[in-house]
Every structure is written in C-alpha cells, then in structure tokens.
Design a protein around this ligand. Structure first.
Ligand code: FE2
Length: 353
C-alpha cells in the first residue's frame, strides 16, 4: 500500500464511516470523484490528451477503492431493486450478445445459471449520489451522469460493440478482461453498435463498418482490471469484455446534450408557439404523385419549403439567454428522466422545474 493509499485508509478510520468514500464528516479531507478515477494522474493532461480522444487505463493497486460504492451482497439485495432497468445478458446459440428483462427476484438464479445481471441507471443515493455530485462538480456538462452495474460469472461479458456516450469502467470486485480500441472508430456516434460476430462487414443506411480486428495491437489494447482499476473510453470506441472468475463492475456514463437538444428545448418550452407544433406534423403520406426529376412530389416540396421558413423564423428569435436557460433546465433533469422518459414525460418534467 503506497503512502497515498495509507493516508486514505487512515482518513476512513478517523471518520468512522466508509473506507475511502466521499461521505465523510466536514473535518476530513475527502477524495473527489476525479481523484478516485484518475488518482495522481494530471487532470489537465487527461482532459487535453484523452477526454473524447483516446482510451485511458489506470491500475490503482487499491482493491478497496470503490468498495464504498457497491459490493456483491448489496448488488443482489438492494441494487437490483433500485435501478431504472434490470436485465440478463447472455450469449445466444450464435454467440451473439442477447438480453432479456428481469424481475429483481430472478437476479440471483439468473446469475447462478451463468448469465450476467446488468442494472442500468442505479438510483442516485448515498455514496453513489455523493460520487455523482462530485463528478458533476469536476466535469462540466448539462447531462446528468449515472451508474450502471454488471455482475458477471466466469467467462461471461459482452461481445464487441461501442456506445454513444463516454464510459468510465470501475472494477469493484473480481476481475474482468477487456479488449479495447486505443481510439474511437467513429466520432459522436448516434447509435450504439454491436458488431455481428458472423459478419465481416456491417452495412447500415448511414455507415459501413469493417469487422474490428481485435488481434491488431496497434489498434487494440488488452487490459485486465483488478478491483480498484479504471478505464476511460471515448464514445465510439470498440470494446469487448469477459469476466475472469467473476466480476462486479460499475460503469459511469453520461448522455450527450447537443446544441440541437437545447434549441429544441427552447422552442418547446421557452418560446412555445403554434408554429413549432406544425414542424412536428407528419410530412407526406398523400397518394403517391409523379416525381419530376430530382424534385419531390410538388405538394411535399411546398410543405417543406413552408416549414423551412417557419423554422428559420423561429430560430431567429432564439437568443443566448434562452440557450443558457435551456442548459440549466436540462441540467436539472435526472439521468432517469433522460433515459427512461418519452418526449411527453420529459416535456412535463421540464414544465414542473
Ligand atoms: Fe459498452
């Protein structure tokens, strides 16, 4: 145990609460979320060279680093009942990753039968809330961060895929082997993509992707996480995981808030107008008309031209104070609001705040 870890252990005993957590009494210096994630690694260097650019690996050699946040018993007895979404992940007969929704009472049996139990958007309370609040104080974003937790038996995990949001992987107990892209394969992906294991090329309407070559050491890194270890990866980075023995891991994720999200929020809530509702109406659907060269059907052309004018006029009314207000409005939405509400519910939630 290094001097830094010893100091933290002493702090935990002095506070009489958690070992290295954030909820200590006022007189005790506490480790911030970024300190727990990055250790002594220079923050400026991280945000300059890695954030949204490259994957980052940190072996902290501190097995109890995240034990105040979760353990196996708490996961099974509490977390599965206090999350937004609970599911079983497994490999199907074609070796694709598959998942089914779970009732909390099924979690223990599902794990024993050899499947991963995944809990998404854990309730933000206690030590988890303290960590998230501290993270938000250190990483400026309108989107609420949230935790997911994965409890996997030996050899289980997830086939190669990427996510739309940045991910921090925090190993809590057990071990997990990762194969991870050194850099994102795509910037700002709009969808999570799981690469089908039996294909060489994946053709989607908006992108064609080649099968990631996980054996290519120039592009991929092999990392085994022990308890207390951390990986950060930008959105759009291929990754694949397998538990060794067993694995209990937390991931810290953060949805994306774009300028378009804020513009729409302003138009829906700060400057609501009947014209904006017109923009959400369906275009087309009439009886098929003959098309003239590169043009659309004449009535569709006319409707789109009219709506484009409406949009231009509405956008010209938006000023920076509206954008700031929208940022603050969105900031107050919880991760559960952002992840599990439909558009109507989000609109209602925004109205009430
Ligand atoms: Fe992932």
């Amino acid at each position: 145990m290094g001097a830094r870890q010893a100091r933290r252990a002493d702090m935990g005993r002095a506070a009489g609460t958690c070992y290295n957590g954030l909820l200590m009494d006022d007189t005790t210096p506490v480790a911030s979320a970024l300190e727990l994630l990055l250790g002594d690694f220079d923050r400026e260097e991280f945000f300059r060279d890695y954030w949204e650019k490259r994957s980052f690996f940190m072996h902290h050699n501190d097995p109890a680093r995240f034990s105040h946040l979760l353990n196996r018993e708490r996961f099974m007895k509490y977390t599965v009942y206090h999350c937004g979404h609970l599911r079983a992940n497994f490999f199907d007969s074609r070796n694709w990753s598959a998942e089914v929704e779970l009732e909390p009472s099924q979690a223990e049996k599902v794990y024993e039968s050899g499947m991963t139990v995944g809990a998404s958007v854990l309730d933000a309370e206690g030590e988890l809330k303290a960590f998230l609040d501290s993270f938000r104080a250190g990483v400026y974003s309108a989107a609420s961060p949230h935790f997911n937790a994965y409890y996997s038996p030996d050899g289980k995990g997830y086939i190669v895929h990427f996510d739309t949001h940045p991910v921090w992987l925090m190993q809590v107990e057990g071990r997990k082997h990762w194969r991870i892209g050194r850099e994102p394969v795509i910037r700002n992906p709009q969808f999570n993509i799981v690469f089908p294991p039996d294909r060489e090329v994946l053709r989607l309407p908006w992108i064609t992707m080649e099968k990631p070559d996980l054996e290519n050491d120039e592009k991929f890194v092999s990392v085994t996480l022990d308890p207390g270890d951390v990986i950060y990866m930008p959105p759009g980075t291929w990754h694949q995981a397998r538990a060794e023995g067993y694995s209990l891991a937390l991931t810290l994720a953060q949805s994306r808030v774009t300028a378009i999200d804020l513009l729409v929020t302003v138009l829906q809530h700060s400057l609501p107008s009947p014209e904006f509702k017109v923009l959400a109406e369906r275009v087309g659907g009439q009886q098929a008309a003959r098309r003239d060269g590169g043009h659309l059907a004449p009535d569709v052309e006319a409707v789109l031209a009219e709506r484009l004018e409406i949009f231009k006029q509405l956008v010209s009314r938006i000023e920076m104070p509206n954008m700031r207000a929208a940022w603050n409005q969105v900031s107050r939405l919880s991760a559960k609001d952002m992840n599990y509400m439909g558009a109507k519910e989000v609109a209602a939630a925004l109205k009430n705040r």
